[in-house]
Ligand binder design. Structure first.
Ligand code: MN
Length: 495
């Protein structure tokens, strides 16, 4: 199976690729309630990641009938399996990060196409219509009964720097607050928030589009962060490079912004200056939604608000969503993290790091496993240099595990084996306390550790599970005879 057979250009062609396999996509006609039920179902079917057990890796799922909506399907879990992501990119799970790294180095900027060719504007709902109501048009799921409200979890938020005109695309937590208002939560430092603050300082609104249901290359490319994609780097150009075809944009109908032309849904609006709401103003639960570390985020006291001006969509649209702590997040955040680390270590230590994996229990952001190859005595110690480079490549990284070239970093059983037989806690652990990491890690808090001065600061740690170079002879894994298993089991394929 390769990308050449079905070229992925949008969500529907991506679903076509998956429908060629018997284990990647399932449908149901059973009507589902978008309030808590839809995510409650998929939690069991295929969320995995940091979701509370029981859960599993499974197919993506389309709910054909959503209670209260006539012509609206909901897709969940498109990227919640690394194997599925690899199939959507025509490569192997082990090669994904290398593919992403090459795409960042060869960006292809997006282009603007005429409105008459933009399928995302086939159907138009204007907010000036007195009956306009976001939730009457779009079945945004409420993920658990205690959430602050219905959220758009996979919106590609796209806006321009009001000073330079440079664009940025990022995924943010978007809570529907009223018939025409959506709150937008920013972790400090995000590029779109920089744009928003510039506009606000000038007393102006920031025009923005939210495109939902797009080529998965856009969804993964959007998750790159600095320093790999510094302020001013339009992450849509990574998707352009991945597909060797520029992402097509279209001018919005009601605001001075551009949406993704073949998106299933585009929400057009403006971030209003000097206007904030309490994220859970409608429910007073104190909770936001399930976040990627596996815990429900606290509702923010004051979040910026998008005043929605229009919703446009394709005919028979598919609203795409995800469960925040699912493997979908691991893949969207983790594969760009892996690519960012590979780019950094390859520049500094060419040929030393063999591959990187940001596995599911590490949320994609907090844990990286680096596979290194000590080639000669002078490589001893370079593994820890590689770990320091990894921390520099991605500031939210908390733990780095280092293993040798004979350990399968995509099999965590093998990684834990290395930690068991090639690691001694007192000499193989390096603590780097007092470094700012990520606020959604609940252990990064002064109440947890006296070395933490402020919430979001953590102790970065290196777990060096590599064999000291001069001891390598003592750590040879048992060598079995290399045989042709097909003689005994025809059609058998080695992993
Ligand atoms: Mn950016």
């Amino acid at each position: 199976m390769s990308e050449e057979k079905t070229k992925v250009t949008d969500l529907r062609s991506a679903l076509e690729v998956l429908s060629q396999y018997d284990d990647e996509l399932i449908y149901t006609d059973e009507p589902v309630d978008p309030i808590a039920e839809l995510s409650g179902v998929y939690r069991y079917v295929g969320a995995h990641g940091t979701v509370k057990r029981p859960t599993q890796i499974g197919p993506a799922m389309i709910f054909n009938k959503v209670k209260g909506y006539n012509d609206m399907r909901v897709l969940i879990g498109l990227l919640s399996s690394r194997k599925r992501v690899a199939r959507l990119f025509g490569t192997t799970p082990e090669n994904l990060a290398f593919m992403l790294k090459d795409s960042v180095s060869n960006p292809i900027p997006p282009i603007v196409i005429p409105r008459e060719k933009a399928v995302c504007q086939e159907v138009v709902h204007l907010a000036t219509d007195p009956d306009f109501d976001i939730l009457k048009i779009l079945p945004a799921p409420t993920n658990t009964p205690e959430d602050a409200g219905p959220y758009f979890t996979l919106g590609m938020c796209y806006a321009a720097d009001p000073e330079t005109g440079e664009h940025d695309v990022t995924i943010h937590r978007l809570c529907v607050q009223s018939k025409d208002e959506i709150s937008m939560y920013f972790v400090p430092g995000r590029h779109l928030d920089v744009f928003r603050q510039k506009a606000e300082a000038a007393g102006k609104a920031l025009p923005i589009t939210i495109s939902i249901g797009v080529d998965p290359a856009i969804e993964i490319g959007a998750c790159f962060e600095p320093p790999t994609t510094p302020l001013g780097f339009d992450e849509l150009s990574i998707a352009g490079s991945l597909r060797n075809q520029a992402v097509e944009l279209v001018d919005a109908l009601t605001v001075n912004a551009r949406g993704i032309a073949n998106a299933e849904v585009v929400i057009e609006g403006e971030l209003v200056p000097n206007y904030r709401v309490r994220e859970d103003q409608n429910t007073n639960t104190g909770k936001a939604m399930p976040e990627f570390p596996g815990y429900t985020g606290a509702a923010q006291a004051e979040v910026p608000v998008i005043k929605v001006k229009a919703i446009t969509h394709r005919r028979h649209p598919i609203l795409q969503t995800c469960i925040g702590p699912s493997d979908e997040h691991t893949n969207m955040a983790g594969i760009p993290t892996e690519a960012s680390i590979l780019q950094m270590v390859e520049r500094a230590l060419p040929g030393f790091v063999q591959n990187v994996h940001c596995p599911s229990p590490g949320t994609g952001k907090y844990l990286a496993v680096l596979q290194v190859k000590k080639r000669f005595a002078a490589d001893e110690g370079r593994q820890r240099q590689a770990a320091l480079l990894a921390f520099a490549a991605f500031s939210e990284l908390k733990h780095v595990m280092l293993v040798d070239e004979d350990v399968d970093i995509f099999d965590l059983n093998d990684v834990i084996w290395a930690m068991t037989t090639r690691y001694q806690g007192d000499v193989s652990t390096v603590f780097i306390p007092g470094v700012r990491c990520h606020p959604l890690d609940p252990s990064s808090d002064p109440a947890f550790s006296p070395s933490i001065r402020d919430h979001g600061i953590a102790c970065k740690t290196i777990f060096d599970c590599t064999v000291p170079y001069n001891l390598k002879a003592n750590f040879q894994r048992s060598e079995f005879l290399d045989v042709d298993v097909n003689r005994f089991i025809p059609g058998f394929t080695k992993k």
